[in-house]
Design a protein around this ligand. Sequence first.
Ligand SMILES: [Zn+2]
Length: 267
Amino acid sequence: MTCTVFFQSQGANIYNSASDFTGGNACYLYKGTVSASRKQNDLADKELVLAPHKGFIPSKIWLACRIRCLNNRQSTKTCKPKNSWLVGKVKCGKCGYALTIRKSKSKWGRYFVCSQTGSNCTGAGCTIYADVLEDYMLGAIREKLSEFQKLSCITDAEKGQENLTKKIRLTHIEEEIEELLSKMSEAGSALMKYIDEKVSELDAEKKALQEEIIAEAVTDTDGKLKQITNHVKAWETLSFKDRQSVVDTLIKVIRIADGNIEITWNI
Ligand SMILES: [Zn+2]
């Protein structure tokens, strides 16, 4: 059942009714006729049909893997240790494209530049030395983790309550959407426009909530954070790969423009 919520939250069209999902069967995912994208990560308008046979991978494991893939950086394959463990996470705040590493023979060594410089972008507006940014990010990560440890005193009961509140809100949203849609048939054009906007607004909130609920159900946040905190304490001894995976777990994206650094966290 959680799997269907996941596919819904990613915008896939599900052909079976909710009651068909009894929790044991596999699924087929098709590109379908509406989807504009061949990308495997983009599930919008892909078509999901329940398979007649039992599934091989338990849904909890499948989801945990899928969510991990969604959070992965884009350019892992091309990223070598001599670059930076931040490559793939840092974007130009002006054009949104990736910042890539260049090397100079000066004492500053590596620095980041917008990959679109010279074509579609005038650059991030400042020189971004990799050493300086890495130091800054390590500091920011340490600060975030200590902040989080204070917060993690929240008891399980409180977490359960929070989860319940989300689920109740989700039900309310679904009811609201249904009610709005039922008014469609007799609505004039002004009202139609209002309903349309309101429904997409509610739909966006619904998707965000579904994603949160799934992420909570499949990830052991406390255990993971303990592991990461230990990793960060031993930062100097960590391998390049482990540093990357710490960054992947904690950070969605870092945008830089004109000396401003904006970090979007996963936690
Ligand atoms: Zn740029």
